[in-house]
Ligand binder design. Sequence first.
Ligand code: IMP
Length: 189
Amino acid sequence: MKICFATNNTKKIQEVKAALGDSFDIVSLEDIGCMEELPETGDTLDHNAFQKARYVFEKYGVDCFADDTGLEVEALDGAPGVYSGRFAGEPRSDERNVSLLLEKLNGQSNRRARFRTVIALILKGKEHSFEGIADGEIISERTGTGGFGYDPVFRPWGYTKTFAEISMQEKNTISHRGKAVKSLIEFLK
Ligand code: IMP
């Protein structure tokens, strides 16, 4: 089944392809000729995920899904949340986002945080949504070189390594996006 994952983030596409296996032909925005930036103006993950999926479905007429992820830090009242990508302002920079997060948590003993992903699917014109959560904590120094975004400072509960120190396959089994994708796959199958 051909389905567009409404993103051009190659790491995310790789993660989802690895989780989905060969039964689905996952194509990117570039693959369907969508070169423009997708609208993402809401103040919730749900809003943004559906906004992106509806845009692609209405303009390109393909079955598609879009995700939106936020890092919700307990001591920061759930921030950066839906603004995780632009936490340190534009242009978006993982490097500056992580530095700002570490600065804001400096001296803070409560380091609890979670990643939350919402996937909005539009299949044959019908809308569905799926959620995945990964609980963990923000450590005080970047550790590891894999992954992307906040991975070097996020250590999932029960683990001694950050998301940036484990393989993509292992991350997929415990991550927010991996869990949301699992629900998506169970639905698609
Ligand atoms: P998006 O909604 O997936 O674009 O994610 C928003 C922000 O959260 C971006 O800054 C990403 O770097 C970050 N983010 C999303 N997924 C992950 C992840 O799996 N690990 C670390 N950071 C992530």
